[in-house]
Design a protein around this ligand. Structure first.
Ligand SMILES: N[C@@H](CCC(=O)N[C@@H](CS)C(=O)NCC(=O)O)C(=O)O
Length: 209
C-alpha cells in the first residue's frame, strides 16, 4: 500500500495520526499541493477530486476521503479500535467525528480558502474553478470560534470527544484546533475544558505524525 500525502496539509495528517495510533506503517508519497501536483495527469487518475490523502492498495485500487481510508484501515487492522466496539460507541464516534469535520475543519477551511491568495480561483477542493467569496472569511472565523465554544461545553462532561475513550473523533478535532492556527485563531484562555482535552490528546506520541 501507499499513502499519497502532503506533510503540512491537515487532512492527510488525520490519517497519519490514525496510523500511528494503530501502530501501522505505510510508505508515503508527497503530492506537493503548492506546486499543483494534485492536478498532474498521473495523480488525477487516483481519485475524482484531486485531493490528498489517497490510499493506493497493492492491487492499484485507490481510496480517497479520510473517513473512508480510516475505515479501511480499522477493518484491516482491528487492534486498538478507534471507531468503537459497541453499537452505541460506533454511533457516537461517527456523530462527533462528523461534527468535528464539518464545524471544525470545515469552518477553518471556509475562512482560509476564501482569503489565501493561492486559492484565488480555487476556493473549494476539486477540479472545478470556484471564485473566493470574501464574506465567507468572517463567517468561517465566527464558525471556528463557535466550534471552540461548543466543543469546550461538550468536553465539560466528557473526557474525550465521544465519551470515555480516545477515538477518531479526537483526531479530527485535534487537527481542527491546530488548523485554526492557519487563520490565526487560538483556543481562548477561558475554554478550560477544551484546553484540558487539547493538552491530553496533543501529548500522545501520535500527535507528532
Ligand atoms: N473531504 C476530504 C478532504 C481532503 C482535503 O481537503 N484535502 C486537501 C488537503 S488538506 C487537498 O487535497 N487540497 C487540494 C487542493 O486544494 O487542491 C477528505 O476527507 O479526505
Amino acid at each position: 500500500m501507499k499513502l499519497y500525502d502532503f506533510t503540512i496539509a491537515p487532512n492527510p495528517r488525520r490519517v497519519r495520526i490514525f496510523l500511528a495510533e494503530k501502530g501501522v506503517e505505510i510508505p508515503t508519497v508527497q503530492v506537493d499541493l503548492m506546486q499543483g501536483a494534485q492536478f498532474s495527469p498521473d495523480f488525477s487518475k487516483k481519485g475524482p477530486l484531486n485531493e490528498v490523502p489517497v490510499l493506493e492498495l497493492d492491487n492499484g485500487v485507490c481510496i480517497s476521503q479520510v473517513n473512508a481510508i480510516c475505515r479501511y484501515i480499522e477493518t484491516k487492522y482491528p487492534q486498538n479500535p478507534l471507531y468503537g466496539s459497541t453499537p452505541e460507541e460506533i454511533g457516537l464516534i461517527e456523530m462527533w467525528n462528523h461534527i468535528a469535520f464539518m464545524n471544525g475543519i470545515g469552518a477553518v477551511a471556509e475562512s482560509f480558502r476564501n482569503s489565501a491568495e493561492m486559492f484565488k480561483d480555487h476556493a473549494l477542493v476539486g477540479p472545478h474553478a470556484y471564485a473566493q467569496i470574501p464574506a465567507l472569511v468572517g463567517r468561517g472565523n465566527q464558525r471556528t470560534l463557535d466550534f471552540f465554544a461548543d466543543t469546550n461545553q461538550h468536553l465539560a462532561n466528557h473526557q474525550f470527544m465521544a465519551g470515555d475513550n480516545y477515538s477518531v473523533a479526537d483526531i479530527t478535532a485535534l487537527v481542527a484546533v491546530d488548523f485554526a492556527q492557519w487563520i490565526k485563531l487560538d483556543v481562548p484562555a477561558e475554554h478550560e475544558h477544551l484546553k484540558r482535552w487539547y493538552a491530553e490528546v496533543s501529548k500522545r506520541p501520535s500527535a507528532q505524525a
